[in-house]
Design a protein around this ligand. Structure first.
Ligand code: FAD
Length: 463
């Protein structure tokens, strides 16, 4: 073994939390290195959130143009130029990579491009992308390894070489008929986008509803939206086998509660779960224990079983969002500085960027029931929010949960235009411990979607 190069902070994987930690530590004067095998800045800017939202925005434009006459616009024939959709996305990603490289330079953290694996506690051997190896040790080490899309163990599926989100967002052609396996947020966002670009789309979901963690009324509204756009959806559908090759022709045998059938398609997108990038990288040699699902086992301070080794983001089993990985960074940063910051009681909002989007913070009705928490429920159709009429986006509803015997807001769900922005208003009120009457009685700008919070909370049943 060559003599290890010593760093005060060594980060393996340059995801959201890892890169912010590296930049912070380097700027604070600590000798810092980040090892990244491919994605400068991690998966969010390269293959996940931002590329998907970029292409989803192109799909929104496609939808607006297709329905331009509704808005009084006269257009000629409309077609999707997938190569230009892809080029716009790639331009954005290139810009983001340049932005990240600037940050590395400005902070002084060294970015080492290669694949790392532990060969001893706090010691990583890096197979450099441009050849050769380096051995690095860190006084402190952070793991920010992320996850990858799993391919379910279905006969013929792996051999069909299905797309995952990574390949789907690099397509330079329009699938004739895209079959999406998985009705979670990744599958639904891309299904709708490709439908709007002009593909036939079929969604196959094993569970009884789409968006499995949401309340049934939310899932039903999403289903209706997708079907209205011409997407075929099979629920409770087990894929028994797959023949053919994605990109050419594929056929899938489905078993559903109603009927067994075969569907023919041109491409398969698998969006049916993720697994951590923790296998085969010597974590056992580093003394880092994994949980039964293969995620790095951490306590609520994000410490692993190995002294001075921390884990951040999805590989640590944190909720799978960029904003959570960022918060994990803040927890590790503060704990490294002697603080005691934990993952306990985090209020984690999220948004599924379908059109309209679905956003939630806090409890759903089902979760409240499951936890035995009595709530008052307020609901408001989006059509009652007058902003929605000005933009002809009247689909959806808002739903709020207020504690039965107090004025505390326990949850908010919105399926409607600008839901990702409106949810932040309710989240802020929840963080401030504001009673729901604070929002009910607020003066909110007219006409905005957030204005709907006033009549929504006015609908909360009295105690
Ligand atoms: C299609 C899609 C859309 C999404 N959209 C959203 C969204 O809109 N909003 C949202 O909040 N979240 C979204 N997510 C989730 C989000 O992308 C992640 O939660 C987020 O990027 C945080 O990831 P992370 O910090 O855990 O790790 P990552 O960003 O995945 O970083 C891990 C890094 O570690 C590197 N790595 C792994 N092993 C090694 C090794 N041995 N050596 C060197 N490098 C290694 C990987 O190459 C990778 O760059 C989406 C996910 C998908 C799949």
């Amino acid at each position: 073994m060559s003599r290890p190069e010593r760093f005060e902070m060594l980060v393996l994987g340059s995801g959201e939390g890892g890169k912010f930690l590296a930049w912070h530590m380097a700027k604070s004067g600590h000798r810092t290195a980040v090892v990244e095998r491919k994605l400068i800045g991690g998966s969010c800017p390269n293959t996940n959130c931002l590329p998907s939202k970029n292409e989803i925005w192109s799909a929104k434009v496609a939808d607006l143009v297709h329905h331009a006459d509704r808005f009084g616009m006269v257009t000629g024939p409309v077609a999707t130029d997938v190569k230009r959709v892809l080029a716009r996305k790639r331009d954005m990603v290139d810009g983001l990579i340049a932005m990240h490289l600037d940050q590395y330079k400005a902070s002084g953290a060294e970015l080492i491009m290669g694949t790392g694996r532990f060969i001893a506690p706090k010691t990583v051997e890096v197979s450099l992308n441009n050849g050769g190896t380096r051995v690095l040790t860190g006084d402190r080490v952070a793991l920010n390894l992320g996850t990858y899309a799993t391919i379910p163990d279905i006969p013929g599926l792996a051999a069909a070489k299905p797309l995952t989100n990574v390949e789907a967002l690099e397509l330079d052609r329009l699938p004739d008929h895209l079959v999406v396996i998985g009705g979670g947020y990744v599958g639904l966002e891309l299904a709708q986008a490709y439908r709007r670009f002009g593909s036939r789309v079929t969604i196959v979901e094993a569970g009884p509803q789409l968006a499995g963690r949401e309340d049934p009324d939310v899932a039903a509204a999403i289903l209706e939206m997708l079907r209205d756009e011409g997407i075929a959806v099979h629920l409770g559908a087990k894929v028994l086998g797959v023949q053919g090759r994605s990109g050419e022709t594929v056929s899938l045998q489905l078993h559903t509660p109603l009927v067994d059938q075969t569907i023919e398609g041109s491409d398969i997108l698998v969006a049916a779960g993720r697994a951590p990038n923790t296998a085969g990288i010597g974590l056992n040699l580093a003394g880092v224990a994994l949980d039964p699902r293969g995620y790095v086992a951490v306590n609520d301070r994000l410490e692993t079983s190995a002294p001075d080794v921390w884990a951040i983001g999805e590989c640590a089993g944190s909720p799978q969002f960029t904003h959570v990985s960022f918060d994990d960074f803040r927890i590790v940063r503060d704990n490294l500085a002697g603080g005691d910051r934990t993952t306990r009681n985090r209020l984690v909002p999220y948004c599924m960027f379908t059109d309209p989007p679905l956003a939630r913070v806090g409890l759903s009705e089902a979760e409240a029931r499951h936890q035995g928490i009595a709530v008052r429920i307020a609901k408001l159709p989006i059509v009652a929010v007058l902003r929605s009429r000005t933009i002809s986006e009247t689909r959806g509803f808002m739903k709020a949960l207020v504690e039965a015997d107090s004025e505390r807001i326990l949850g908010f769900t919105m399926f409607g235009a600008d839901a990702g922005e409106v949810v932040a208003v309710v989240q802020t009120a929840m963080l401030a411990g504001m009673p729901y009457t604070g929002l009910r009685d607020a003066i909110i700008t007219h006409p905005t979607m957030a204005e709907g919070l006033v009549p929504l909370f006015a609908n909360a049943p009295a105690r």
